[in-house]
Structure formats: C-alpha cells, structure tokens
Design a protein around this ligand. Structure first.
Ligand code: ZN
Length: 97
C-alpha cells in the first residue's frame, strides 16, 4: 500500500474505464454497455466497429425506442430538423430477431 500514489491510480482508472452518458436516460455507463451512433448526412447510423467519423452519441439498446420517440438524437446532434433513424431501426430489428 503506497497511499502517496493514490491519486495517480485514480487517474489511470479514469483512462482505462471511460464512461459515456446515454442520450436517452442520461445514465453513465461503460461504452461496452452502450451503442454508439454517428450522424451522417442527417441519418443516425449505428457505429458497430467504433471509431466512425462524425459526431457520435451513445445510448443503451433498450433506450433506443424511447430516444427515437423523444427525438433525443435531434437534440444530441444539435439538429434543427428531424433526423432519419431508419438505419438505426433496421439495426434494432435485426438485433431482436
Ligand atoms: Zn439509457
């Protein structure tokens, strides 16, 4: 136990365990528990591999329906007009099969 290094250990944990906030329920979670989506030409695209270019947002899969119903993507991406969620819906349908 080297208590002097306590703060170093905490900052290291922060780097290795990133957290993201779900745009729907606002809860913080490990990215592994969330879906990343990006906005491409006004369309919300699930970023399954991670690292896709563009503005990203995170949400729980179970929160996606609520997010769509509440237009959470439009607010998360700061859009003036409704965004197209058909790609995300397709993804969710494929997941539930
Ligand atoms: Zn959520």
């Amino acid at each position: 136990m080297r208590s002097k290094q306590g703060s170093d250990t905490i900052s290291q944990l922060d780097r290795t365990l990133p957290v993201r906030s779900c745009i729907s329920c606002r809860k913080r979670a490990n990215p592994a528990a969330l879906i990343r989506v990006v906005l491409v030409d006004g369309r919300v695209i699930p970023d399954l591999k991670g690292g896709a270019a563009g503005r990203g947002a995170w949400l729980h899969k179970k929160c996606a329906e609520v997010a769509i119903a509440r237009n959470a993507f439009r607010f998360a991406f700061k859009q003036d007009v409704a965004v197209d969620v058909s790609e995300l819906l397709k993804f969710l349908e494929a997941q539930s099969n």
